[in-house]
Design a protein around this ligand. Structure first.
Ligand code: E4P
Length: 214
């Protein structure tokens, strides 16, 4: 499974990219607003740092506006993916953009039907939101599992980006049900490589070594 970082914070991206663990980055208007910096500048910086795909989201809600914005955003870097909301207007935009070879990530997917529609419209990536489904008592993980089955049965090319990930358990579970990608918040990522028993083990080894070398 590929790891994307779900952040626009340059320091977080640099830290994890230095470990060779960043396969791509996703952003959304909330994530960009959190940084308080110019959208285009931040996205271009991220694209220069990371080799993999970087998602930047359109703001327009109608097809013509989305397509116009997407064509502009697509010029910012070779590894740009334009994020489009899962609406009727969004599907029409994805249909047009896929014919122009502009990569898209259809976001805010909450059902199998929505994922199937987006994949058929020509999305490069589809982003089901696990955490927000769990918040309303629906299993986000089950959606990922079903979407993977549907994509495989019909040999659709779109890749699943499990989004709205809140916990380590979300990451592990999405890997087990075949999500192609998990996009992980910068503050959660370090928890993937940490374990209290590892920390205790290192501390014990250091203590024993210090005793031995006295
Ligand atoms: C990424 O593509 C999504 O926009 C993001 O994971 C949403 O996360 P949230 O539900 O925690 O806001």
């Amino acid at each position: 499974m590929k790891f994307f970082l779900d952040t626009a914070n340059i320091e977080e991206i640099k830290r994890i990219n230095d470990l060779g663990l960043v396969d791509g980055v996703t952003t959304n208007p909330t994530i960009i607003a959190r940084e308080g910096r110019d959208f285009e500048t931040v996205i271009k910086e991220i694209c220069a740092l990371v080799d993999g795909p970087v998602s930047a989201e359109v703001i327009s809600l109608e097809t013509a506006g989305m397509v116009k914005e997407a064509r502009e955003i697509a010029k910012w870097a070779d590894n740009i993916v334009v994020k489009i909301p899962m609406t009727e207007a969004g599907l029409a935009a994805v249909n047009i953009l896929s014919q122009e070879n502009i990569k898209t990530n259809v976001t805010l997917i909450f059902s199998v039907a929505q994922g199937l529609m987006a994949a058929k419209a020509g999305a490069t990536y589809i982003s089901p939101f696990i955490g927000r489904l769990d918040d309303i008592g629906v299993s986000g993980l089950e959606l990922i599992e079903k979407l993977r089955q549907v994509l495989d049965i019909y040999e659709l090319k779109a890749e699943i980006i499990s989004a709205s990930i809140r916990t380590l358990e979300h990451v592990e579970a999405t890997a087990l049900v075949g999500s192609h990608i998990a996009t992980i918040p910068g503050n959660l990522f370090p928890k993937l490589w940490s374990h209290p028993l590892t920390d205790n083990g290192v501390a014990q080894f250091m203590k024993d070594w210090a005793e031995f070398s006295k």
